[in-house]
Design a protein around this ligand. Sequence first.
Ligand code: GRF
Length: 224
Amino acid sequence: MSVAATTTHPLSLVVLISGRGSNLGAIIERIEDGELPARIVAVVSNRPAAAGLELARTAGIETRVVDHTAFSGRDAFDSELMACIDAFRPDYVVMAGFMRILTDAFIDHYRYRMLNIHPSLLPAYRGLDTHARVLAAGERWHGASVHFVTGELDGGPVLLQARVPVLAGDEVERLAARVLEQEHYIYPLALRWLAQGRVRFDAGGLWFDDAPLQHPLRLEALTL
Ligand code: GRF
């Protein structure tokens, strides 16, 4: 049976961050304004100085730090991170700018219930420095993707994308800001669909509104 089908409302989430936390901030805002029927039960960072931790504390959310530099290797770090997350018993694990490569054991443990947001139109531009690479390639379009996490880096099934144009004279900062604005819209929206039971991801694949999702759902930037 799928996780979505067994989830009770509101959806409980653990959010993983490493830095700024602007996507976390967008999710908190949507929860606070009643648009997203979810509860963030904890925010966990691998970096003690992540600005997003302060954002979480200000919103009254529990925070934890599992500092990767204190561990001898990936296995030890990931098992501590798992223990930390599992103590909160979340329905879903939401990666929002979490900058660690995870072990297969970790990914298996949260199979079907871990999401990530990536700043590109996946499967194009997996990995780092997407904005610079998109500019260097002379692309006309760029965007962001919300996807489920599988063992393949930035390779899990994509639920929702937002597309933005690359404009003449764009440099990394300006393009990144245009993409980020869309990230802040699509991540809470994807979570809302999960909370509403509209999304199902299990061994039978990714489903939306009771139909297999053949292609990611895609929004055009409303600012065009
Ligand atoms: C975002 O661009 C996200 O797509 C990527 O990391 C960045 C995190 O930004 N995975 P923030 O910490 O949410 O502001």
